[in-house]
Design a protein around this ligand. Structure first.
Ligand code: PLP
Length: 366
């Protein structure tokens, strides 16, 4: 049997008729940028997660960059961020000239809230949490620290659409930065992103920044960006959003099967934080001698991916920060041991069985 890591065509076919109808409607409307579909999507997404405002943008990276820009975070400022995040989180900080201050992750692969306070300095302006792999960060601990030190809170929700901590959606604790890249839980059919906020002032700044720093055509208040969610993507996202819970439930069912049926002493399964839900953006296991296991799966037709093999502090792009191997041992250990199994909408029952059985049959041989 052949199990690819992901299949995006399947989630298109699930609601094919609605997507095709909407696509034609937008194409025939003659209006493609900043129109009704974006406005409606912004309203519907706000309603879904429980934020006052949503501003549609061109990507998740743009959401991060523009969020820090709107918060006036710049050169000389420090932003606390988990060391094992996807590198875009860090780019959102450094593209504004600010300095990332890395924190090791906890056992749930999210920022370890107990290790934040010791890294706070007079330059610290914000905390960026990434709800990595679909799992909520420890928001109780983090919100308390933000209040105590008067820090801004930004959430990278690129992997956590629909995840809740204490029954509150991620993206509503601080400024939420979302990506709608096709493989995300709420993915569109190209690039897309958004910021969610309860702050009217911030919302207005972001709307200005996404459109060349302009609110009124050809009157430019600041040097901005061209970062607009387009009408076609917004229209298609409105359809997907209606089914987001259904899609996340399907992921959860597969995850629960993996959690209960994968039984192999060589493998550590992911743990879910108390009082929170995971939307299983990725199902990430840990295993020593990962490459051997990966090859075994691949020989049996199962594709896997490593999220992520090189932590930002060791990447070529951030050599300039001066970190070296050993700077963040937990992060580095994760980068050597984590592996994501196929888990996607449309992964059939017999395919799930196959993945489980092949994994349970794995023995380490030299
Ligand atoms: C995907 C992702 C991003 C970037 O989103 P794009 O839309 O690809 O720019 C940022 N942060 C995390 C954690 C992501 O997974």
């Amino acid at each position: 049997m052949k199990i690819p890591f992901n299949r995006l065509d399947l989630q298109f076919y699930m609601y094919q008729d609605e997507y095709e109808k909407k696509a034609l409607e937008v194409l025939r409307s003659g209006w493609y940028i900043l129109g009704r579909e974006v406005e409606e999507f912004e309203r519907e997404f706000s309603k879904y997660i429980g934020s006052k405002y949503t501003v549609g943008l061109a990507s998740g990276l743009d959401a991060l960059v523009i969020a820090f820009r709107a918060l006036d975070i710049k050169e000389g400022d420090e932003v606390i961020v988990q060391a094992n995040t996807y590198i875009a989180s860090v780019m959102g900080i450094t593209m504004n000239g600010a300095t990332p201050v890395f924190i090791e992750p906890d056992e749930f692969f999210n920022i370890d809230a107990n290790k934040i306070e010791e890294k706070i300095t007079s330059k610290t302006k914000a905390i960026l949490v990434t709800h990595l792999y679909g799992q909520c960060s420890n928001m109780d601990g983090i919100v308390k620290i933000c209040e105590k030190y008067k820090l801004k809170l930004v959430e990278d929700c690129a992997q956590s659409h629909g995840a809740k901590f204490n029954n509150i959606f991620t993206g509503t604790f601080g400024i939420g930065c979302f990506s709608f890249y096709p493989s995300k839980n709420l993915g569109c059919f190209g690039d897309g992103g958004a910021i969610t906020t309860n702050d009217e002032e911030i919302m207005k700044k972001i709307k200005t920044l996404r459109n060349y720093g302009s609110n009124k055509r050809y009157y430019n208040e600041v040097v901005g960006y061209n970062s607009r969610l387009d009408e076609l993507q917004a229209g298609l996202l409105r359809i997907k959003l209606k089914y987001l819970d259904e899609l996340n439930n399907e992921r959860e069912e597969i995850a629960l099967r993996y959690l209960t049926e994968i039984k192999n002493p060589l493998i550590s399964l992911p743990k879910v934080r108390e009082n929170s839900t995971s939307v299983w953006h990725l199902f990430v296991i840990q295993i020593k001698n990962r490459e051997k296991f990966m090859k075994y799966l691949s020989d049996n037709g199962i594709d896997t991916v490593i999220h992520y093999p090189i932590p930002p502090h060791l990447s070529e792009a951030y050599k300039i920060l001066g970190y070296k191997e050993g700077s963040f041992p937990i992060t580095e250990e994760y980068s050597k041991e984590v592996l994501s199994l196929p888990l996607y909408n449309g992964l059939a029952k017999n395919e799930q069985d196959y993945v489980i059985n092949i994994i349970n049959d794995y023995k380490e041989v030299n």
